[in-house]
Write a protein that binds this ligand. Structure first.
Ligand code: HSE
Length: 304
């Protein structure tokens, strides 16, 4: 029987949110989409938006990798050929979860095409294994605020979802690329006990501040000593951009994932914060993309 064509979408995500390294993830209302069609002779991939001119070979494509992995794990044959048309609205190598969104699209598409009937929460484990950490992929698949942990082999990824307040988020993506592997190599192999305690003491406050829209606590709760001080030097003007966001009224700021995108939260409109961040980035000699975002409560899904 011929497979029905459809479109899937997945949201951009920010990981870590300061102290929640490799655990916290939050979905944004910035979505990439992929049209899947199956009435074709060979597999082809085309893209518009970010990365349109990049490698489009099926063997290196993350959407297809995820699609096929879910087929393999479910013991079903993938379709003989697929045509993918991607509308990439999430910048690549940005710290905004473009690879998690690609994996989420592939998993949701395989689930739909082959009628596997798997719940989104159950896709997180496979997605985490493909991505290497659960933070972005959990938020990309489930939406909202998620906390993820890799359990033992039997348990797989453990995920908790939280209902988060309606934050406004100013995001800039400086025009440099930082690959996650490089940003992870910049981190120390061990951390001081006092730095671990510093982060632990902020985590519970981070959860309650994000969920409760508590601007007074968020600045404290987003402080981190495990990764950001090693990563900010990779972003020209990075520290000054975060300081500018606070100066313009942001309640809390962070490096988004492994960078170079930077995020600033407020319950009020963030146009002024965004402008201050972009101006400071430009003053450091680098142009940037600017995004004025909200939280997405929805995760990846079939949208048409
Ligand atoms: N938690 C990961 C990291 C996210 O910070 O390396 C990568 O986007």
């Amino acid at each position: 029987m011929a497979l029905r064509d459809f479109t899937v979408g997945a949201p951009a995500t920010t990981a870590n949110l300061g102290p929640g390294f490799d655990a916290f993830g939050l979905a944004f209302n910035l979505w990439s989409e992929v049209d899947f069609s199956f009435d074709c002779e060979r597999t082809t991939i085309s893209a518009e938006g970010y990365g349109a001119g990049l490698d489009s070979r099926p063997e290196t494509n993350l959407i297809l990798t995820a699609f096929k992995e879910l087929c393999r794990e479910s013991g079903v044959e993938p379709p003989r050929a697929l045509r993918l048309r991607c509308r990439n609205r999430i910048p690549f190598g940005s710290g905004l979860g473009s690879s998690a969104a690609a994996i989420a699209c592939g998993l949701v598409a395989a689930n739909e095409a082959l009628d596997l009937g798997i719940e989104a929460a159950e896709l997180v484990d496979l997605g985490s294994r493909i991505e290497g950490h659960p933070d972005n992929i959990a938020a990309a698949l489930l939406g909202g605020l998620t906390v993820g942990a890799m359990g033992d082999r039997e348990e797989g990824a453990l995920i908790a979802s939280y209902s988060v307040d309606d934050w406004n988020v100013a995001v800039i993506k400086p025009h440099i690329t930082i690959f996650t592997e490089d940003a992870r190599r910049a981190l120390p192999k061990t951390v001081a006990m006092e730095d671990a305690v510093f982060n632990i003491q902020r985590i519970a406050f981070l959860l309650s501040a994000l969920c409760g829209g508590d601007e007074d606590t968020l600045g404290f709760a987003m402080q981190d000593r495990l990764h950001q001080e090693y990563r900010l030097p990779l972003i020209p003007g990075g520290r000054e951009i975060l300081d500018a966001a606070i100066g313009a009224g942001a309640a809390g700021v962070a490096v988004s994932g492994s960078g170079p995108a930077l995020v600033a939260f407020s319950m009020k409109p963030v146009d002024g914060i965004l402008a201050a961040m972009a101006d400071t980035c430009l003053a450091a000699g680098i142009d940037c993309d600017q995004f004025n975002l909200k939280v997405s409560r929805d995760g990846a899904s079939v949208i048409a």
